[in-house]
Design a protein around this ligand. Sequence first.
Ligand code: NAD
Ligand code: MG
Length: 401
Amino acid sequence: MSEVQGPMRVTILGSTGSIGTSTLDVMARHPERFEVFALSASRQVDLLFEQCVRFRPRFAVMVQPEHARTLQEKLKAHGLGTQVLAGPQALDEVSSTSEVDAVMAAIVGAAGLSPCLAAARAGKRLLLANKEALVVGGEVFLSAVRQGGATLLPIDSEHSAIFQSLPEDPGTWQARIDKIILTASGGPFRQRDPDSLRDVTPAQACAHPNWSMGRKISVDSATMMNKVLEVIEAKYLFGVAVDQLDVVIHPQSIIHSMVQYKDASVVAQLGTPDMRVPIAYGLSWPERMLSGASSLDFGQLQAMTFESIHTHGHPQRYPGLILGFETLRATPGSCAVLNAANEVAVQAFLDGEIRFDQIHAVNAATLDGFSPAVPQALADLLDIDHEARRRAQAMVHRLAA
Ligand code: NAD
Ligand code: MG
């Protein structure tokens, strides 16, 4: 990545979401350091319009042409020069043009993979919130980062914590570390009777005790699929063996994750549960800057507690965790299959087509009997994603019938 002269020019993919709006909040605190180059959204025309009025980006991208036209008309009527583009190709363009320095990948799901690869190949500072892109992309994603000379910085709070707890030189990681321990809050159903999970509603599943997030990741937190995706993400980001990755439940979400070294010393990163902390770190790395988050008040902290994922009925409550670790050890395309199945299943649950406990049934059935060949390029990944979605959708139809 080339040295940035003047303000860092940033594209935010998914600027209207939870991470997108938090990113704009952090950037607005440092107008001298950052310039918004492009914003993007799936369908929230009004919010994207407000963001354009406030941040004056060069480009705004909407997925559908009709939304793009509406936005362009609104901006024109307001006398704003932001140019509106439409379609996935435009996301690749605003992520890879030489006019942009950094890309915040905050689209939800595999839809964010292509612009992530475009940013990686173009050697950008790539701030990765969109974990599904790395879970699906795997080695193809990492080789694009290497070939493009991009700087891949984790935004997921656990991975930011791990990154902050590791030595600076990645070349020393393997020789020094014993294992990486990801913390998990356990979500809204940590103490719920596993047999009653069939009755939970989307509103209950989206009511996370500690974090305010988009609906998909909220459901993933309730099923623990979020932790599965994060373990896969950690394997790729930090290049460790599956056996070196562990998960512990920590309901207060104060410790965001930890690294255990060979001498049994543990280094952790702590903070209030506020995504502006990892976002600010990604934007300012290797420096630090104000994030807007409040500091921990240790005098007020009641307790930090921990639970094994293997006790307290957790294996029954979170069957996806076991499936996830099995998938991680399976063929390289299996993680892409699991991700696609889960995206379909979560959407079907949110749409009221299947029950909460059937998300796992869809994921397990889709993985069963589909072991794709090793993906070599984006086209292979998209084929696997497509076929897994088709199989998952068929399973949803069977369950909903
Ligand atoms: P969100 O649903 O709040 O926002 C998603 C954004 O992506 C929106 O701007 C939406 O318009 C856009 N989008 C959705 N589908 C799209 C598509 N098909 N094409 C283009 N754009 C599309 O989600 P979020 O909670 O902000 O999460 C975003 C990503 O960050 C996810 O991958 C999530 O796992 C990850 N993440 C989120 C949090 C959090 O606290 N919210 C924490 C860690 C990681
Ligand atoms: Mg996380």
